[in-house]
Design a protein around this ligand. Structure first.
Ligand SMILES: CC(C)(COP(=O)(O)OP(=O)(O)OC[C@H]1O[C@@H](n2cnc3c(N)ncnc32)[C@H](O)[C@@H]1OP(=O)(O)O)[C@@H](O)C(=O)NCCC(=O)NCCS
Length: 132
């Protein structure tokens, strides 16, 4: 999924409505531990925007984009259920949580490969936005 708002309509709360819709959906579902997204490293406006909803830079992937510059992407993550650590020891529940995160990461990785498969269209969109 690509999230974007036409430039004349930015800073009017449209992006907030879209992100809150997604967050409400996953929170209501109850089966999601994290939400991830990719953003070009130079897209400071979008990064500031996502940080308002509790997303943090989780990692940076080199050469993530194939047809746009800069090619590097930050992975932004919002934890929906942060693991609670007691004295640095991970409880059984937290270990289960960590396993779920790893599972989600693998799932995300598969989606990532799928994304590259469908890259042409989404990059057309990204390119249009990055030209603005
Ligand atoms: C990122 C994007 C979706 C934000 O949508 P939007 O409708 O403009 O966002 P909102 O009006 O809901 O903004 C909410 C708050 O986020 C922050 N914010 C939004 N855009 C920002 C920007 N360019 N710079 C700094 N802060 C920003 C502000 O705090 C803003 O509140 P304010 O306007 O009261 O100051 C929009 O700028 C966009 O479509 N950009 C191009 C496509 C893109 O980069 N998509 C993300 C790719 S992962």
């Amino acid at each position: 999924m690509t999230l974007g708002c036409l430039s004349p309509y930015r800073r009017l709360g449209v992006g907030t409505v879209m992100v809150e819709h997604v967050l409400r959906h996953v929170e209501k579902d109850g089966n999601y531990d994290n939400v991830y997204l990719h953003v070009q490293v130079n897209n400071t406006g979008a990064i500031d925007f996502y940080k308002k909803f509790g997303f943090e830079i989780h990692e940076t992937k080199k050469h993530y984009y194939k047809r746009i510059e800069p090619a590097d992407a930050h992975v932004l993550q919002k934890n929906l259920r942060p693991p609670s650590l007691t004295n640095g020891i991970i409880s059984h529940n937290d270990r289960h949580h960590q396993e779920k995160i790893n599972h989600d990461k693998n799932h995300h990785h598969n989606q990532h490969n799928e994304k590259h498969h469908n890259e042409r269209n989404s990059h057309h969109h990204d390119k249009r936005n990055s030209d603005k």
